[in-house]
Design a protein around this ligand. Structure first.
Ligand code: FMN
Length: 388
C-alpha cells in the first residue's frame, strides 16, 4: 500500500475503502440521510437509534413501538439509498435497549455499535451463536482498556467476542464516558487510551482466531488526525462532528448553523440529567439551566435508565429533539471539541475529498521528515501487528 493513501478498514466480512465510521448521533441527527451518504462515499454510515420515535405522532402513547417502528424504517431507507456498509448505534443505557438491539439484529444491519454503557448482556439477548454467526457484527464503544477487558472477559465466558472496538476519548461530542476531572487529564487523552485498548484486545485475537480492529474516536477532525491515529495502531477512526454541517445530515439547518457559528470557547462541558458529563455548544437554554432555571416537562418514557427525571432541570430527550428540529431556544446542540472548525454547510462528498487531501499531505510530510520509502504502510493496526 502507498503510505499516502488511506488504508481499508475490515470488520468481520465487511471491507470499506475508507477507514472512517461516521459516529452515530442522536436524537435524529444521523438517520438514513447522513448514514447512506457516508456509506456511498466508502465509509461506514451509522444511524443513531436513540429516541427516533420522538418524531412519530403516537410517541406519547406508544413510545416503545414508535421507537422500533421509526428505527426499522430508517434502516430500510438507508439500505434503499446505499449498497455500502451501514450500522446502527444503540446506547446500552436506554430503557428499551433490548428491544432496539433485537429489532436491529432482525433487520440484519451490517454493524451494531454499542455505546453509553457496558454491553455485557448482549450475548444472552442475541444468543452466543447469533453473536458469532449473525449477519450483524458487534462493536462496543469504550473509553478505557478496563472497560474493553471487562467486555472481552464477559463475552468470552459466553463463547463469543466483539468484532471490533471503538475507543472514544474525552474530546468527543455528546455524553462522555469520563468523570469531569478526567476530561482534561492527559492520562485519559485519546492518544494515551488507544494504545492501552489495543494492548488489552490483542491477546483475545488469538483466542477469537481473528483480528479485532480498534477504532479511535473523539476530536478527530482532519485527514492529518487520521494519519496520526493510524500511526498509533488504530485500524480506523470514528468521526461525528465533521459530518454535522453537511446537506445530508438529518438535522434542521439551524442545528448545522450552530456548528458553523460556534467559536472554540462556545464548546462547554455540561452535567447531563442522565448523570454523565457531555460536550455541547453554549446557548441561552444551557445558560439558563446553568443559572438554576427549571424547564418543566412530563417524562413520557424515561429513555435512559440512569436519568434522575424527578430532579432533572429539563428533559434531555425533549431538549435534543427540539434542537434536531431547529428549535434551539428550547434545546441545545451536542458537539465535539472541534465542532467550531466548520466554516459553512457543505456536502459529505466534499468533506471526504478534503479529508483525503489532508491525509495525503500529512503522509507526504511524514515521508519527507523521516525519509521513509513511500510504499511503507503507516498503519500499525490489525493485521500489521497481530498476525491476522
Ligand atoms: C450531536 C451528537 C450526538 C451524538 N449522539 C450519540 C449517540 O446517540 N450515541 C453514541 O454512542 N454517541 C453519540 N455521539 C458521539 C459520536 O458518535 C462520536 O463518537 C463522537 O462525537 C466523536 O467525536 P467527534 O464528534 O469529535 O468526531 C454524539 C455526538 C454528537 C456530536
Amino acid at each position: 500500500m502507498n503510505q499516502s493513501e488511506l488504508p481499508e478498514l475490515r470488520i468481520g466480512p465487511f471491507t470499506v475503502k475508507l477507514p472512517i465510521i461516521q459516529g452515530g448521533m442522536g436524537v435524529g441527527i444521523s438517520m438514513s440521510g447522513l448514514a447512506s451518504a457516508v456509506a456511498n462515499e466508502g465509509g461506514i454510515g451509522v444511524i443513531a437509534a436513540v429516541g427516533l420515535g420522538m418524531l412519530e405522532p403516537d410517541f406519547n402513547k406508544n413510545f416503545r413501538e414508535a421507537n422500533i417502528r421509526a428505527l426499522r424504517r430508517e434502516i430500510r431507507k438507508a439500505r434503499a439509498l446505499s449498497g455500502g456498509v451501514v450500522g446502527v448505534n444503540i446506547m446500552v443505557a436506554l430503557s428499551d435497549f433490548e428491544e432496539l438491539l433485537t429489532a436491529t439484529a432482525e433487520e440484519e444491519v451490517d454493524l451494531i455499535l454499542l455505546g453509553a454503557g457496558l454491553p455485557l448482556k448482549v450475548p444472552q439477548i442475541l444468543s452466543p451463536d447469533r453473536v458469532r454467526e449473525g449477519a450483524s457484527r458487534l462493536v462496543p464503544i469504550v473509553s478505557s482498556d478496563r472497560a474493553a477487558a471487562i467486555i472481552l472477559k464477559s463475552w468470552e465466558k459466553a463463547g463469543c467476542f466483539p468484532d471490533a472496538f471503538v475507543v472514544e476519548g474525552p474530546l468527543a461530542g455528546g455524553h462522555l464516558g469520563f468523570k469531569r476531572e478526567q476530561i482534561s487529564d492527559p492520562d485519559h487523552a485519546l492518544e494515551q487510551i488507544v494504545p492501552e485498548v489495543i494492548r488489552a484486545v490483542r491477546p483475545y485475537e488469538q483466542k477469537a482466531g481473528r483480528c479485532i480492529p480498534v477504532v479511535a474516536a473523539g476530536g478527530i477532525y482532519t485527514g492529518e488526525d487520521i494519519f496520526r491515529f493510524l500511526g498509533l495502531g488504530a485500524s480506523g477512526v470514528q468521526m461525528a462532528s465533521r459530518f454535522v454541517p453537511t446537506v445530508e445530515c438529518d438535522a434542521d439547518p439551524a442545528f448545522k448553523m450552530a456548528y458553523v457559528n460556534a467559536a472554540k470557547e462556545d464548546l462547554m462541558i455540561i452535567d447531563s440529567p442522565v448523570g454523565l458529563p457531555g460536550r455541547a455548544i453554549r446557548n441561552r437554554f444551557l445558560e439558563e439551566v446553568g443559572a438554576g432555571v427549571k424547564k418543566p416537562f412530563k417524562c413520557p418514557w424515561k429513555c435512559l435508565r440512569t436519568c434522575d427525571f424527578v430532579n432533572a432541570p429539563y428533559c434531555i430527550g425533549l431538549a435534543l429533539t427540539n434542537a434536531k428540529l431547529g428549535r434551539l431556544d428550547d434545546g441545545f446542540v451536542f458537539g465535539g471539541a472541534n465542532a467550531y472548525r466548520s466554516e459553512r454547510i457543505t456536502s459529505v462528498h466534499e468533506v471526504i475529498q478534503s479529508i483525503l487531501a489532508e491525509y495525503h499531505a500529512a503522509a507526504e510530510r511524514d515521508v519527507r521528515l523521516h525519509r521513509r520509502e513511500p510504499e511503507l504502510s503507516v498503519a500499525g493496526g490489525c493485521g500489521e501487528t497481530s498476525g491476522f
